[in-house]
Ligand binder design. Structure first.
Ligand SMILES: [Zn+2]
Length: 366
């Protein structure tokens, strides 16, 4: 019922319909300028330029890890159509991943478990649950590992290799934020990623500036997100992007995403972002995680408004949370709260605290 043209021409509709290629031949196609595409699994599509060289970047672009975060899903589907039709240029291997298709069909963030808490060894120990998202996490992990294993320079470990491997995981946030669009950089123990004393790579900051991302949050502990997995396991320059507010399919103002969309298209076209802080695209401000609020029991009280925007600053001495004998008191001159959520189960994180580290982080970029 669905032709192969629809597959690349409207990858979102094809995937939401649960369509699958009828034959192995129907899973592959050739687009404009010799572009080759290959359907690999539900919501997973490989795109390669006609010529792949050792310098060719491999870029994993994922969206819909949370099913109701529709704008970036639509953005990626349009990018696939434009690449296949030659309306956008392709100079990279690109793996497009639409994450939680079941949740997208239900217009929900997730069905049983938050998919973006189920990735990697840390999740397998701590939080991997037997719900409907668990097998999908395994599929997406395997897809990323296969994609990056076949990447140029796969045999080369060490300096240089990580720069050819990128993963941008696109989200939209539920709550308001002092910075409407921001990025989360995972902590990683990958030695290639940390060649310069844990300093993040300048390349990703240049790209974030090009995308007009206002702020970057740097995690300091292992994560259970898709980008944490690809950074740690695949040596990718990886980040999670929060690109604005959640809305239903068709109700997104994609103009708000124009800067990120344009930067994404420049990345896959092989254009290099202009380095450093220019007047037109200043470097993002940087915040580093320095602590978290942990819910101890059902007596937990978070002393901030339920709808407090992400990155809201609090002064030293502010008691942000109380729970029996436990108190979280702001220790730094200023700390900002991110992802506050008093509704989590006891024992889990009810909010992250960050401090600004813009000057030292940007000075140390490798
Ligand atoms: Zn999300």
């Amino acid at each position: 019922m669905t032709s192969s043209a629809d597959l690349a021409g409207d990858f979102l509709a094809y995937s939401l319909a649960g369509a699958r290629p009828a034959t192995p031949a129907a899973a592959r196609g050739v687009g404009a300028h010799g572009l080759r595409w290959q359907w690999l699994d539900d919501g997973i599509l490989l795109l390669e330029p006609a010529n792949v060289t050792p310098a060719t970047r491999s870029v994993l672009l994922s969206a819909g890890i949370h099913g109701d975060e529709t704008a970036p899903i639509e953005m990626l589907s349009r990018l696939v159509a434009d690449l296949a039709a030659g309306r956008a240029a392709l100079a990279c291997r690109v793996l497009v991943v639409l994450g939680n298709l079941d949740a997208m069909r239900a217009a929900k963030r997730y069905l049983d478990d938050d998919l973006n808490r189920l990735f990697g060894a840390h999740a397998q120990r701590a939080t991997r649950a037997p719900g409907r998202e668990t097998p999908r996490a395994a599929v997406l992990e395997a897809a990323a590992e296969r994609f990056f294993a076949a990447a140029s320079g796969a045999a080369a470990s060490g300096a240089g290799a990580p720069l050819t491997r990128w993963h941008l995981d696109l989200h939209t946030a539920i709550r308001a934020s002092a910075f409407e669009q921001f990025a989360l950089l995972p902590h990683t123990s990958n030695p290639g990623e940390h060649a310069n004393g844990n300093a993040p790579a300048r390349a990703i900051f240049d790209w974030l500036a090009d995308a007009r991302i206002a702020a970057v949050l740097i995690h300091t502990e292992p994560g259970v997100t898709y980008s944490a997995f690809t950074a740690d396991r695949c040596g990718a320059l990886a980040c999670t992007l929060e690109l604005g507010k959640v809305r239903p399919f068709g109700q997104n103002d994609l103009a708000r995403f124009a800067s990120a969309d344009a930067a994404l298209r420049r990345l896959v076209a092989g254009e290099v972002a202009s380095p450093g802080a220019s007047e037109s695209s200043p470097m993002p401000r940087v915040f580093t995680v320095i602590g978290q609020i942990t819910k101890q029991s059902d007596a937990f009280a978070l002393n901030v408004a339920a709808d407090v925007p992400n990155f809201t600053p609090f002064a030293r001495g502010t008691v942000l949370a109380e729970d029996g004998a436990y108190r979280y008191v702001v220790q730094h001159e200023e700390e900002r709260i991110v992802f506050p959520n008093p509704g989590v189960k006891p024992g889990l994180r009810a909010g992250l605290l960050v401090v600004e580290t813009t000057r030292e982080t940007l000075a140390a970029l490798r």
